[in-house]
Design a protein around this ligand. Structure first.
Ligand SMILES: NC(=O)c1ccc[n+]([C@@H]2O[C@H](COP(=O)([O-])OP(=O)(O)OC[C@H]3O[C@@H](n4cnc5c(N)ncnc54)[C@H](O)[C@@H]3O)[C@@H](O)[C@H]2O)c1
Length: 328
């Protein structure tokens, strides 16, 4: 059985769906602080927090867990600057509790949701895994601490892990069953689509004077189904003998600027996206794209939704058909 923490959240629920479709037995652990019961599509849930050690001990005692995918975290950069303690408690202490529960229960395979935010402002793009990790906000720091804990626990206790450093997760289940539903929403694509439908205010583009072809920031949008697929590959590789505390970028190397995303959204939706240009945001590098070369070579991962239009089509289907998101 695979334990998926944060499996009621955006990326976790898409991974749960894919694991179940491939016949895996899955147990979701989620405190539903951000996630949605409806996103589980009937998967088994134990409701509780990684910060509750006694609860974790019970979960591991009552279920036969072979591997863990750990998505549960708080993940708002701005909130992490205002309230770092909450981030260190939830993301670091919560992860340590989970890792210790794994060691106590003899679990040796662990997949961790890391982030490109661990690189901070990279010296060059595309980012490769050997570049220095120097986060510029508490959110990124908490994820880097978790990667280091994984390295140390592997040496001490033989808990093998794969840390997947996601770039910008985007899109929705191509069949429209689940999608992105965050509150507050900070991700560009739902904000763009919300502006197109008039359900959200006109978009603010933070700066159009960056050293990029159209002046707006470039990011690497990776489809959530492709991210989910990488978890399946990581679990399979570890079951097949991959050892150590490994880390891989989950980027596509193909960045899109904010203005390109707006234009593509207008084509996909057939509506105009109202926006205005505001000042730059502190800490926003002009270009953040990740090289997938390492994970392609070692795990055979390739993004299937390589084009931003394809990503947007799945997101649009979800937002158009489910404008209020999940009910529960
Ligand atoms: N969305 C992105 O673009 C992105 C990029 C890089 C990394 N990540 C990482 O991927 C993971 C998933 O991101 P997401 O966008 O799906 O976030 P999300 O908020 O949609 O999902 C997180 C889930 O974890 C649950 N949760 C939070 N704290 C918990 C705790 N202590 N115990 C139990 N459950 C808890 C929430 O209820 C939610 O269901 C996070 O670890 C995030 O840091 C996301």
């Amino acid at each position: 059985m695979i334990l998926v923490t944060g499996g009621a959240g955006y990326i976790g629920s898409h991974t749960v769906l894919q694991l179940r479709e491939r016949g895996a037995e899955v147990l979701v652990l989620d405190d539903l602080s951000e996630g949605h019961r409806d996103a589980l599509l009937g998967a088994d849930l134990v409701e509780g927090s990684t910060m509750d050690r006694a609860f974790l001990e019970r979960v591991f005692a009552e279920h036969s867990i072979d591997a863990v995918c750990h998505f549960a975290a708080r993940c708002y950069v701005g909130e992490s600057v205002r309230d770092p303690g909450q981030y260190y408690r939830n993301n670091v202490v919560g992860t340590l509790n989970l890792l210790e529960a794994c060691v106590a229960a003899g679990v040796t395979r662990f997949v961790f949701s890391s982030t490109c935010a661990t690189y901070g402002e990279p010296p060059a793009v595309p980012i490769v895994e050997t570049m220095p990790q120097a986060p510029i906000n508490p959110y990124g720091e908490t994820k880097l601490v978790c990667e280091r804990m994984l390295r140390d626990l592997q040496r001490a206790h033989g808990l093998h892990s794969v840390s997947l450093r996601y770039f910008n997760a985007a899109g929705a289940d191509p069949e429209g069953r689940i999608g992105e539903d965050h509150d507050p929403e900070t991700h560009l694509i739902p904000l763009v689509l919300g502006a197109a439908t008039g359900r959200r205010p006109a978009l603010t583009v933070f700066g159009d004077d960056y050293p990029t072809p159209d002046g707006s920031c470039i990011r690497d949008y990776v489809h959530v189904t492709d991210l989910a697929e990488a978890h399946v590959l990581a679990l399979e590789a570890m079951a097949g003998g991959l050892t150590g505390a490994r880390a891989f970028n989950l980027g596509s190397e193909a960045g899109n600027s904010v203005l390109e995303v707006i234009r593509a959204a207008e084509q996909v939706t057939g509506r105009s996206v109202p926006y205005s240009v505001g000042p730059r945001r502190a800490g926003d590098p002009p270009v953040l794209v990740g090289s997938p070369a390492k994970i392609t070579a070692e795990l055979g991962w390739r993004p299937r939704f390589a084009d931003i239009h394809a990503v947007l089509e799945t997101a649009w289907r979800w937002h158009r058909d489910r404008p209020d998101g999940f009910v529960a």
